[in-house]
Design a protein around this ligand. Structure first.
Ligand code: SF4
Length: 335
């Protein structure tokens, strides 16, 4: 199960793209998509691909020459709707080139850009989910008619219920791998919730092969949310495992700050390939010692300080200022 995101810097800015790809890969991104709006961008794509630590998908709309240029430049996959690239010979040219280089094509149907006749049906009151599936199947047929079968399908809506409906229908309609996503899901908090609900339900039903969490936020954030969705369903190796309490009137330490600093520190250790401990960060002695028993390292808040536990045993007090450093120190000693 792979997590994807999409670069949002200028597709002609090789340095900016490389930097963003590295940042996304560092937080666990498996595949990254770049828009290729013109042939010049395809050249930049090829340049960036040479140093990219992860596979790169070229996102193509309308101009089949961009698809051909992206394949030539070393694209690992295309995202392209064959119904949008002009006459049949254009589709044939792209299908042939993709087949030759073993480049898969993702058909990406979107509720906001349905074909005119299908959009008219929606406007006339027809349910949109079956029409999204119909659109995807039309695009698929265009590729299959050219003998091209290495296809992934996505059909995204911005509405959670509609997303679930359309992917359930797709799973019954086709054997193609499915790329899941809620499109235009919004800013970080509402977008995270919408994606988590839709993708969580579908993935728990065994539907979906890759995911992209679409957020109005930096791509690294999309990756982190995607990773957490997969981890919550045990579809991905556990990452920094932190148990922390919600805080309450008893809390006399800055627990939110400490917990978030520990999360960042553990992610840095994970990037260095260090096996991570389970860390509990608790606000007081009500539940702290109990959680400490089940954790490798635990901080239990007192008045401006913590009691530090290692493997369930108290090893003494630590000030708020030194708490994160001590957790890292023990994390390194336990690996
Ligand atoms: S562990 Fe303590 S501080 Fe945290 S929520 Fe429970 S009672 Fe409050």
């Amino acid at each position: 199960m792979s997590v994807q995101t999409m670069c949002n810097v200028d597709p002609h800015d090789a340095a900016g793209l490389s930097e963003q790809i590295a940042a996304c890969a560092a937080v666990g991104c498996d595949i990254i998509r770049l828009t290729v709006p013109d042939v010049e961008a395809a050249k930049v794509f090829g340049e960036v691909r040479k140093a990219s630590p992860i596979p790169m998908v070229a996102d193509i709309h309308f101009d089949y020459r961009c698809a051909l240029a992206a394949i030539e430049a070393g694209a690992d996959a295309l995202r392209l709707n064959p119904g949008n690239i002009g006459p049949r010979e254009n589709v044939r040219a792209v299908a042939r080139a993709a087949k030759e280089k073993k480049v898969p094509i993702r058909i990406g149907v979107n509720a906001g850009s349905l074909e005119r006749d299908l959009a008219a049906e929606v406007a006339a009151g027809e349910r949109r989910a079956p029409l999204l599936v119909k659109s995807a199947m039309r695009h698929l047929k265009l590729l299959e008619d050219e003998g091209f079968y290495d296809v992934v399908i996505s059909a995204k809506a911005s509405n959670v219920a509609e997303t679930i409906e359309v992917y359930r229908m797709l799973a019954e309609t086709t054997d193609c791998p499915l790329h899941l996503g809620v499109t235009e899901a919004g800013t970080f908090l509402p977008g995270t919730v919408r994606n988590s609900v839709a993708l969580g339900i579908l993935l728990s039903e065994g539907i979906g092969d890759t995911v992209r969490v679409s957020l109005t936020a930096r791509p690294e954030k999309e990756v982190r949310v995607g990773m957490e969705i997969l981890r919550s369903l045990s579809l991905r190796e556990p990452g920094p495992a932190i148990t922390s309490c919600p805080t309450c009137g008893r809390t006399k330490v800055d627990l939110m700050h400490t917990a978030s600093q520990i999360e960042i520190a553990l992610e840095t250790l994970a990037k260095d390939g260090i096996k991570l401990p389970h860390v509990a960060v608790m606000g007081c002695a009500v539940n702290g010692p109990g959680e400490a028993k089940g954790a490798d390292i635990a901080l239990c808040g007192g008045d401006g300080e913590f009691i530090l536990y290692v493997k369930g045993e108290s090893v003494g007090k630590v000030s708020e200022r030194d708490a994160v450093g001590k957790v890292v120190e023990y994390a390194l000693s336990l690996r």
